[in-house]
Design a protein around this ligand. Sequence first.
Ligand code: GLA
Length: 357
Amino acid sequence: MSERRTSGSPGRRERAAAFGPGRVNLIGEHTDYNEGLALPFAITEGVTVRAAATGEPRIEALAVDLGEEDAFDLANPSRSARGWRAFVHGSVAELASAGVELTGARIEIAGTVPQGAGLSSSAALEVALCLALIALSGAEPPERRSLARLCSRVESQWVGARTGLLDQLASLFGEPDAALRIDFRSLEIEPVPLGLGGWRLVTLDSGERHANAESGYNERRAECARAAEALGIASLRDADLSMVSALPSPLAERVRHVIAENERVDLTVAALRDGDLAEVGRLLDASHASLRDLYEVSTPAVENAVATLRQAGAAGARVMGGGFGGHVLGLMPPGTAAPAGAHEVRSGPGAHLIEDF
Ligand code: GLA
């Protein structure tokens, strides 16, 4: 469906609220912008945006948890907005350029996903903002893959992080008790039952905040683009190991990670279908080793957090999301106690409007 709409807005509302979940990526890291595979799930924590029409052509925004405010004219979102404000300005601008006739609103943003944790508080925020503003304006919501792209533009063009579509698709398409096998070439999304039995997935804070816009994320992305260009292929999805020896370091290492990480996604899907959680743990460990040694997105603080999880008996543990800090992921077998400060993550529903608020 086209993202542009030209009609008026017969269904304008006085109030609207939306919830966007954060996400955990079980496996398939730094593959999305290489047209590869990943296996994320939406988590029960997320961001809630409540919007009330004001009748003024302005946006007034309050970030409840931070106690910070912002206000700007609907027609004049600013490129110099920073932090959470950049997401609000960017969402307004991108929705307007997709043809949504926005209503002036007072919005309140409240979240339960820690920021900079690698649990994608940013996608949760973009998705909740867009769904609430669209509902308030009475416009027909765009098809969800189009909305994911729109939210991704908010991040790349207004926040400064050229992220892939992993976080937005996980937040928009998540389902309880399922992970999503996403093929980033076709954008096909297949729910895979997340039958954990008595096993638990937990995250542990490395203590180091990460921000995709400032970390080595954009540099990794650029390295992958350079590698694909050097190999004469459209994306690293088309790479195979026989090509790698032609590449200089560190491009060869980056490509080796991407090839094997795509394979690990399908091995994890198979292990989940077989109920073989021990194998899922081994795959998480292999992913971590590759992200540390070949993709080089780990840090000493991340290594400490991974070691803490392993010492507590995790069957597998790894750096998660963009890397360079944030939370790490661990798979705890039945009968083990997660270390102090670890937080159990559960799969929950994808982004939705909240009708009774
Ligand atoms: C961040 C980005 C995603 C993805 C991951 C790495 O979370 O936002 O698009 O690239 O890093 O897998």
